[in-house]
Ligand binder design. Structure first.
Ligand code: N01
Length: 488
């Protein structure tokens, strides 16, 4: 098979990969290819098409800083609009000619002799100076390991792989999971199904959603006076950042959120037994705080049953609970989230010493210097890497911070004639150690819940524990002195 030589190979054409492509292009680093496994750009916003899919971060902040969108229809944007936005931005930036769709990466191996990443895909093989991974932190569906699930013969799919060919009208539907995805899709299923059985393992704190459409006048102002839109964006940003101290230093302040959550329950649910079932027994913020005005009314509806007994077994057309009840179903929706702390993609990235990233991370948990570069993996840049995600604000802010750093690294390498860069082990250990120290008093470790933020070693390797502007400041320029380098 043909091997194509490129300067930069970007994996994934979601918010992260597209941002990297646009900014590399602007920096004059135009010899890149973006490999995308799906049939279009947009990443999570192209693939997550479940009914009711929308963003729980306010629209004004959920866009690139360099491409504000005056036309958002609502305070929180629906999936289709965000997907169309990513596509429009990529088109206008003129980078779509370098996006290769319907192509999945199979293996990425560092070739020390060539000083290149050899990346095999379902199409061509690439030899790239740098490998920029934008494959997403929440992209690989995690399927539950439930006895008998393979013997189920009805319609079934994961929330992130919605099968729109299945007619749900008048069906008996079971939904496993009550996370951010489930709370958006169940209210839509409730409207069309004969019955919805919702299997809840742990309830979430859910606060009201301040939702409304933007008026025509507001949109006109945003279009004509970009500064006005920047001011709204800054206000949203400041409000969300204002919550950080409660998460990381003073979890007791989150009692205010719990009061909001309880009021949200009381407003929609009159049955005390159901109220008790949906009231969490851990500190708000320990798991992601969700926003919805539709979830509680939906589960209080006559055709919805919230089942809190465990699932003992799945049979060909039914679910059997640990209380021994067998409930027949026509459709099984699996809303059980994603592989986050054990990303399957890491099994296919082979570093300088021949070990995979998954093998390295199995021992230590996910680790990267500044969440972006990894010792033993020269010229690899991981977007949305370890300890970069947020529970309180927009990931696009974090992605832009990382992309600035990556572009500065690439430009520095070219300017100073460097062939390879990888963070010194001590730099990586010291950065990771400081982040983990910072984690100790946070609600994610002290709040009394189990969540996908925390790995099997008990470390929160997913979230950034501080203010997002601190992260941006740390990544403001490529600190080559923290790197082992080789010259070209
Ligand atoms: O997944 P989740 P999600 N048996 O992992 C349950 C982002 N997102 O797709 O809590 C039974 O949150 C599990 O129970 P428990 C956002 O960052 C953003 O909903 O582990 N149940 C939980 O209820 C979000 O946090 C938007 O006890 C099982 C559920 O399945 C992230 O994506 C919208 C089980 C999984 O919830 C993931 O959300 C949607 C089992 N074996 C998603 N295994 C925005 O609006 C798991 N569960 C931006």
């Amino acid at each position: 098979m043909e091997t194509i030589s490129v300067d930069h190979l970007i994996v994934g054409a979601g918010f992260a990969g597209l941002c990297a492509a646009i900014k590399l292009d602007e920096a004059g680093e135009r010899d890149f290819v973006v490999i995308e496994k799906d049939s279009d750009v947009g990443g999570t916003w192209h693939i997550n098409t479940y009914p009711g899919a929308e963003c729980d971060v306010p629209s004004q902040l959920y866009s690139y800083s360099f491409a504000l969108n005056p036309d958002w229809s609502r305070v929180y944007s629906p999936q289709q609009e965000i997907w169309e936005y990513t596509k429009r931005v990529a088109t206008e930036a003129g980078i779509l000619d370098r996006v290769v769709l319907d192509t999945s990466v199979q293996n990425s191996t560092w070739d020390a002799a060539q000083q290149r990443w050899i990346v095999t895909t379902s199409g061509a093989t690439y030899a790239a100076r740098t490998l920029i991974s934008g494959s997403g932190g929440l992209s690989e569906p995690s399927l539950p390991d439930i006895k008998g699930i393979e013997s189920y013969t009805g319609e079934t799919f994961h929330s992130a792989r919605w099968d729109h060919s299945v007619d749900l009208e008048g069906k008996r539907i079971a939904v496993i999971g009550t996370g951010a995805s489930a709370i958006q899709l169940v209210p839509e299923l409730q409207k069309m199904a004969a019955r919805v059985d919702v299997y809840q393992r742990t309830p979430n704190w859910i606060i009201p959603r301040n939702e409304r459409r933007f008026t025509a006048i507001e949109k006109q102002v945003f279009r004509r006076v970009p500064l006005a839109q920047r001011a709204v964006r800054a206000a949203v940003y400041a409000t969300l950042e204002g919550r950080v101290p409660a998460f990381n230093r003073f979890p007791v302040l989150l009692k205010a959120v719990e009061a909001q959550g309880k009021a949200n329950i009381a407003k929609a649910i009159s049955d005390p037994e159901l109220r008790a079932k949906v009231t969490p027994a851990y500190r708000a913020g320990c798991k992601r705080i969700l926003v919805s005005n539709k979830w509680y009314p939906a589960i209080a509806a006559d055709n919805v049953e919230l089942i809190t007994d465990g699932i003992a077994e799945i049979r060909s057309g039914s679910i059997v609970t640990t209380a021994g009840e067998e409930r027949e179903i026509d459709v099984l929706v699996i809303a059980t989230g994603f592989h986050v702390t054990d990303p399957p993609i890491a099994q296919h990235v082979v570093g300088a010493d021949g070990r995979t990233l998954a093998e390295q991370w199995r021992e230590t948990g996910m680790r990267a210097y500044k969440g972006t570069t990894i010792h033993g993996f020269p010229n690899l840049f991981q977007l949305v890497g370890p300890n970069t995600a947020l529970g309180h604000s927009s990931m696009i802010f974090q992605i832009e911070s990382q992309v600035r750093y990556v572009v500065d690294a690439v430009v520095t390498m070219r300017r100073t004639g460097l062939a390879t860069v990888q963070p010194k082990l001590e730099a990586q250990d010291s950065w990771t150690g400081a982040v983990q120290e910072r984690m100790k008093p946070t609600v994610w470790l002290t709040g009394g819940c189990a969540s996908w933020y925390v790995d099997e070693h008990g470390n929160n390797t997913t979230l950034w524990p501080g203010q997002t502007f601190t992260f941006r400041q740390q990544l403001s320029s490529f600190d080559v002195d923290q790197y082992v380098v080789t010259s070209a």
